[in-house]
Design a protein around this ligand. Structure first.
Ligand code: PHE
Ligand code: ZN
Length: 872
């Protein structure tokens, strides 16, 4: 293992590779206990005389051959991090052949070649290929790949690798072989193989460019039917990228494999995507609506990487958001185009404000393009993904769809088959649009969320209205300069009609409406107004900023009713709830709190009775801001006071609207039975948002009835959640029945375990400990760890922040245990402490004490780097 104290990697130190790999020929002798890999690398030297260094970790080197000659021990130098070979001075090209041994079954890191069930799989991003073979493991080394897989036929009947399959044959001794070739220049982080007993669903189609393509989705075992929905999603993604971005698929086959053991969500390996099974396997009996939507979105995300990431890849890992932010933007647009744009925006902003803003204001805050890192795996964050996507969205807002598309076309064609930087991306967009948008790069360099503080001034005598806008640096990045902010806004007159744009301003108009603010201060002025208008700012969340603009409760109520887009209406409702909750928790007193609660309650009551409103939208309105969002709105927070305030408000709303809640719940029953159609999903979404409120008053009657008569997992799971979280009669019986029925389905088991872990009670901690002492605890399975400990630490503030500090201790202790199994999983769990600097002193003190023992002893680079950033 590399030294955790070694110097960090710095963006400023980037140098092009001295040696590059032009072509790779790999031969695998696969076996779960002991695999062997032979690699022939065709190497080219671009810096005469430069040493030839290869990365390699945890590899058992059998032998090494240079240009056909076996090397003696003194002709190379082997370290824990790799290999240095000494070819003749001035050699421009050479062939290096190596053979190494691997132990997949012992690989619990799930990086490199590992075993999952009866399958053998690989995971290489970011730096896992060096655990498979000696290589120049960096994304700007692009090679052509040929992969030969050999294995026992009975145990590994299916042999998949990246690219197209070019041959297959039976070998002696019950073995067989498949050869795969990927003709596109590809870095090693996109290498993949999968072998074992798998079944598939399959579809052939013709791409928009005439190419014949076979789509396959594979899963371990004999029954491929749970892959059917994912297969449909692949096809929708392929068609959408053809239409919206003009991008075609570029191989004869696209394989997707579901893995029960997988650290992340999914991986876009060239021609062979490997997915966490939770983002593939689904049928109505075992998957919720949210699961189906997540599958479609992740399938789209990985598919879209084929262009944004694979055909055009990254120069270095600092550019990570160049593929991830861009691809999240693309998957967000895919979902918005296929379903509801307003709803998708609401969901994305909820995640951004709840989690990304908190990350960006906490101990682990970092710029979207950090200047340095010790462990790149620690930078697959909401900031790189979600804030990165927001920056691309701002560019899109600024340029408009047509110019943005032209810029994308130019970026893809200029850099196809190469490794690019964020500078390349913004240069392509600037050249294609004629708008110099390279100033957007400043967004990547600075951590924290900027603040837009807005004051309104109305002069009734001359009908002059002004918005005075000041951009302030993020609280945690005091000296930061102003960033370019595309601001969309509207002014409503007394009748709720929109007024024309301001007559006077010092900002740049954007083609689709709105202004680009570039300075610390801007004044927008309207003239000749008959009455004071009501402004709505940051429409559609056009920029990821904190908006400070004082409204009265009455005005917010008007916005809920009168704003044009769903997002603005939802946002006004959230703001009302936020004001009430922060006041009640003593976090931020507001003289308007009573009025705000009345406005909130009235608005929710009106929405309940509004059968014309989209039920899914109404559902989102009933989901109050979560604890992360609340905590993020104040400099220092007492998490337990926030939990109590939120519970109390929910109880009052449940009381006030008791009849209307039950009536709407009942009225939607028939519509909710309509399978996977959008309208049925929307009906269920609303029913299931209302159910916890109803359960507070009816002792669980409605939830028990729903559980008993459930028409699919979405209903079953919503009922079970309502019962378990309220702790009402029948809860434990329902859990036991559910657990028994799905005992052999690990993904559904994760679901009920997640509910136990997130029950909003301090005693959830003992329940979690109970499960950890049971056969359900599988610490080497990332999904199980995430369901139990991730759910507890990230989504159960009532128990995690328990006053005796036991929640913090449990998580810190398990970070140490898990670090020895899978460092990435351990590091992610440790991230639950990122908010520590902003927890009230008593909480922060207990958390620091819980972390202290972790600081003693050997830790992985992943955990060590995060620990160093958390306050001691
Ligand atoms: N590149 C993957 C994605 O976003 C995420 C991932 C990173 C998966 C690292 C595995 C390892 O689509
Ligand atoms: Zn991605």
């Amino acid at each position: 293992m590399r030294d955790p104290d070694a110097a960090p990697v710095r963006l400023a130190d980037y140098r092009p590779p001295a040696w590059t790999v032009e072509a790779v020929d790999l031969v695998f002798e696969l076996d779960r206990e002991e695999s062997e890999v032979e690699a022939v690398l065709a190497l080219r030297c671009d810096v005469p005389g430069a040493p030839l260094r290869l990365d390699g970790e945890a590899l058992a080197l059998r032998w090494l051959e240079l240009d056909g000659r076996r090397l003696a021990a003194d002709e190379f130098h082997l370290t824990p991090e790799g290999l240095e070979v000494f070819p003749a001075q001035g050699l421009a090209r050479c062939r290096l052949r190596s053979r190494v041994g691997l132990r997949p079954a012992a690989n619990t890191r799930l990086e490199g070649l590992y075993a999952s069930g009866r399958l053998l799989l690989t995971q290489c991003e970011a730096e896992g290929f060096r655990r498979i073979s000696f290589f120049i493991d960096r994304p700007d080394v692009l090679a052509r790949w040929r992969t030969t897989l050999r294995a026992e036929r009975a145990r590994y009947p299916v042999l998949l690798a990246g690219g197209n399959r070019i041959s297959e044959r039976v070998l002696e001794d019950g073995r067989h072989e498949a050869v795969w070739e990927n003709p596109h220049p590809t870095p090693c982080y996109l290498f993949a193989l999968a072998a074992g007993p798998m079944a598939r669903v399959s579809k052939r189609l013709t791409g928009a460019d005439g190419r014949e393509i076979e789509l396959n989705v594979w899963v371990e075992g004999e029954d491929p039917e749970p892959c059917r929905y994912a297969l449909g999603a692949v096809e929708r993604a392929l068609r959408w990228d053809e239409q919206r971005f003009g991008r075609c698929y570029d191989l004869g086959v696209f394989n997707v494999v579901a893995a029960q053991d997988f650290t992340m969500g999914a991986m876009e390996n060239k021609g062979l995507n490997i997915f966490n099974a939770r983002y593939i396997l689904a049928d109505e009996r075992s998957a919720t609506d949210a699961d189906f939507l997540a599958i479609e979105s992740v399938v789209g995300h990985e598919y879209f990487h084929n262009w944004s990431g694979n055909r055009v890849t990254l120069r270095d890992w600092f550019q990570l958001s160049l593929k991830e932010g861009l691809t999240v933007f693309r998957d967000q647009e895919f979902t918005a185009d296929l379903h509801s744009r307003d709803l998708k925006r609401i969901e994305d902003v909820r995640l951004l404000r709840g989690r990304q803003f908190a990350e960006d204001a906490g101990a682990l805050a970092h710029p979207v393009r950090p200047a340095e890192y010790r462990e790149i795996n620690n930078f697959y964050t909401l900031t790189v993904y979600e804030k990165g996507a927001e920056i691309i969205r701002m560019l899109h807002t600024r340029l408009g769809e047509a110019a943005f598309r032209a810029g994308m076309d130019r970026y893809f064609s200029e850099h196809d088959g190469r490794a690019a930087t964020l500078e390349d991306f913004y240069a392509a967009h600037s050249a294609a649009s004629g708008v110099d948008c390279r100033d957007m790069l400043a967004w990547y360099a600075q951590a924290g969320t900027p603040v837009l503080a807005v004051e309104r001034h109305f002069d009734a005598d001359n009908g002059r209205f002004e918005l005075r806008i000041e951009q302030r640096p993020p609280a945690n990045v005091p000296g930061a300069g102003p960033l370019p902010i595309p601001l969309r806004f509207a002014l409503l007159d007394a009748f709720g009609d929109e007024l024309p744009p301001p007559a006077v301003h010092d900002a740049e108009a954007m083609p689709g409406g709105g202004l680009l603010l570039r300075h610390a201060r801007h004044v927008l002025r309207w003239e000749g107004l008959a009455a004071e208008p009501l402004p709505v700012l940051n429409l559609g969340f056009s920029a990821p900023v904190r908006l400070e603009l004082a409204y009265t409760a009455l005005e917010r109520g008007r916005l809920v009713r009168e704003a044009r887009d769903g997002f603005a209406r939802w946002d006004a409702l959230q703001a009302l709830a936020l004001e009430v909750l922060l006041d009640q928790a003593g976090a931020k007193p507001s003289p308007e709190s009573k009025a705000a609660e009345a406005a909130l309650s009235d608005a929710l009551g009106a929405l309940l009775g509004d059968t014309a409103a989209h039920p899914a939208f109404v559902a989102e309105c009933f989901v109050l801001p979560d604890i992360d969002t609340l905590a993020d709105a104040v400099p220092v927070a007492d998490p337990l006071a926030l939990v109590a305030a939120r519970e109390a408000l929910l109880a009052r709303l449940a009381e006030t609207h008791a009849e209307a809640l039950s009536a709407r719940f009942a009225a939607l029953e028939a519509a909710a039975g309509g399978g996977l159609a959008d309208a049925a999903m929307a009906a269920r979404r609303l029913r299931h948002a209302l159910l916890p409120l109803i359960t507070r008053r009816d002792g669980g009657a409605a939830a028990r009835a729903l559980f008993a008569g459930a028409r699919g997992m979405d209903e079953r799971f919503a009922a079970l959640r309502a019962l378990l979280h309220a702790g009402v009669e029948g809860a434990e019986a329902a859990r036991a029945r559910f657990a028994a029925e799905f005992a052999d389905d690990p993904l559904v088991t994760d679901k009920w375990i997640g509910l136990v872990a997130t029950r909003p009670q301090p005693e959830a901690l003992e329940a979690v400990q109970g499960l950890m002492a049971s056969p359900f605890w599988r610490p080497a399975n990332p999904n199980r760890v995430r369901a139990l400990l991730g759910g507890f630490a990230r989504s159960n503030p009532a128990a995690f922040h328990r006053g005796d500090g036991a929640g913090y201790r449990l998580v810190a202790e398990q970070v140490a245990v898990l670090d020895a199994i899978n460092p990435q999983v351990a590091a992610r769990l440790l991230g639950a402490f990122e908010g520590l600097p902003r927890w009230a002193p008593a909480f922060a003190g207990r958390a620091r004490a819980a972390l202290a023992p972790l600081r003693q002893g050997e830790r992985s680079r992943d955990v060590a780097e995060l620990l160093a950033r958390l306050p001691a």
